[in-house]
Design a protein. Structure first.
Length: 69
């Protein structure tokens, strides 16, 4: 369910770099531990399932869904 929620949130803002903190806040909840690797692990597993790897890492900013994905 979190992979789907993460993908849905990224799809709602294509091309926009979203920080791990923002993803934790909107996809998980405001009480999520900001030091956790949850976002990184979920992105990694989601990338494995998606063809073409449409989720990009934006150094220093977070993750974004390619606009043409």
């Amino acid at each position: 369910p979190k992979e789907f929620a993460l993908l849905r949130y990224l799809m709602s803002r294509p091309g926009e770099a979203l920080s791990e903190f923002e993803l934790l806040t909107h996809v998980w909840d405001e009480n999520a531990n900001p030091l956790t690797r949850t976002v990184r692990v979920t992105v990694m597993t989601l990338r494995r399932k998606l063809e073409g790897h449409p989720i990009e890492t934006v150094p220093g900013a977070g993750y974004r869904l390619q606009e043409d994905a």
